[in-house]
Design a protein around this ligand. Structure first.
Ligand code: RB5
Length: 148
């Protein structure tokens, strides 16, 4: 069975809760690293909490939601081995799995509605990485991490 780790800040709380309901209705196990209230908080804390659960091998895929998805994606991409994609369309959500082997989908709670977000989540969760010619490029991104 697939399982997903999910996190948000106050700007993404409502959309995160909609996504959790959607994933659970599909029988997917969801672990929520917070935040759990509307109180203002700092998105890097939640990006870090989620990325650590992927880095330690507990989860393969995660979803982060903030107001725009941008801060979460910037913070997540500071972590070794994390390939986070901020998406607001279904084509990108699918392609970033196929070509970039993205392991974190970042969404903007103030950008997209729940219907579109859940369609993107479905594509992200259900699409496999294509490998092949993309392996070199993904490996080149890991090389950049090493150099830094
Ligand atoms: C919080 O107001 C907002 O800045 C945050 O959710 C996010 O959009 C940052 O990128």
């Amino acid at each position: 069975m697939k399982k997903i780790v999910i996190g948000c800040d106050h700007g993404g709380l409502e959309l995160k809760n909609d996504i959790i309901k959607h994933l659970e209705s599909r029988g997917i196990e969801v672990v929520d690293v917070g935040t759990y209230t509307n109180a203002s908080c700092n998105y890097p804390d939640y990006a870090r909490a989620l990325c650590q659960r992927i880095q330690n091998g507990e989860f393969e895929l995660g979803i982060l939601v903030c107001g725009t998805g941008i801060g979460m994606s910037m913070a997540a991409n500071k972590h070794n081995g994390i390939r986070a994609a901020c998406c607001s369309d279904t084509f990108s959500a699918r392609m970033t799995r196929m070509h970039n082997n993205a392991n974190v989908l970042c969404l903007g709670g103030r950008v997209v509605g729940a219907g579109l977000a859940c369609d993107m989540v479905d594509l992200f969760v259900d699409t496999e990485y294509e490998g092949g010619r993309h392996d070199l490029r993904v490996a080149m991104m890991a090389e950049i991490e090493k150099d830094n």
